[in-house]
Design a protein around this ligand. Structure first.
Ligand SMILES: [Fe+2]
Length: 236
């Protein structure tokens, strides 16, 4: 099988610390292979109490998200080795692990930014052009929230419910993805404004099996300013 070898000489020698690239997803360069790191939360683990417990936040961040990062990096390293050997079965086999763990890393990195403590504006409604778009398309913010909650509660198994911006259509859209599929898997024009994790690990310790209560309460700590900033940047 024909295989093209790409020289990595230009990247050799970059250390984990010295070669770091701040691309928003905690990206560093090791031996020419880009790997990912767990991003810090922009608030304390207990900052979202009483809506999300500190125990959930700590486990979710330190254990679940960290595992996605670790497994994503492992899969990328194996991919690198398989590509160097030109071993196509291994290259193909690794794709599901890359999608699942890479998606988990992408999704959680957005999720932490979608939340913020009440004292820092959590739950305050959107302003500006996003507020007008919500009003135009959904009638009211309450109507949008209700629709997101219905979709999130109805999602079978594990996954995510999103408030997405379709950049091409310049329209908001409520979307769901299964497992750790990132929103971009539904189309390259979709940009996540809000992504709500509806895996049980996101709520079970506090809400048990009552996902609708978790969905009802999470809006008290939603960071609409983040969503508004993304909207204005992507849809000026
Ligand atoms: Fe999660």
């Amino acid at each position: 099988m024909a295989l093209r070898t790409v020289s990595r000489r230009g990247l050799a020698g970059l250390s984990r610390n010295g070669g770091g690239l701040g691309l928003g997803l905690g990206l560093v360069t090791v031996r020419g292979l880009k790997t990912f790191t767990l991003p810090d939360l922009p608030y304390d683990y207990g900052a979202l109490v009483p809506y999300i417990s500190g125990e959930i936040m700590q486990l979710h961040h330190q254990k679940h998200h960290q595992t996605y990062v670790t497994n994503f990096n492992n899969a990328l390293e194996h991919l690198d080795q398989a590509m160097a050997k030109g071993h196509s079965p291994t290259i193909v086999k690794l794709q599901s692990a890359i999608k699942f763990n890479g998606g988990g890393h992408i999704n959680h990195s957005v999720f932490w930014k979608n939340l913020t403590p009440v004292r820092e504006g959590g739950g305050e409604p959107p302003k500006g052009s996003l507020a007008r778009a919500v009003e135009n398309q959904f009638g009211s913010l309450d109507s949008l929230i209700q629709k997101v909650n219905v979709e999130g509660a109805a999602l079978q198994g594990s996954g995510w419910v999103w408030l997405a911006l379709d950049k091409d259509q310049k329209r908001l859209s409520i979307e769901t993805t299964f497992n750790q599929d990132p929103l971009v898997a539904k189309g390259s024009s979709y940009v996540p404004l809000l992504g709500i994790d509806v895996w049980e690990h996101a709520y079970y310790l506090q809400y048990k099996n009552v996902r609708p209560d978790y969905l009802k309460n999470i809006w008290k700590v939603i960071n609409w300013k983040y969503a508004s900033d993304v909207y204005e940047k992507e849809c000026p």
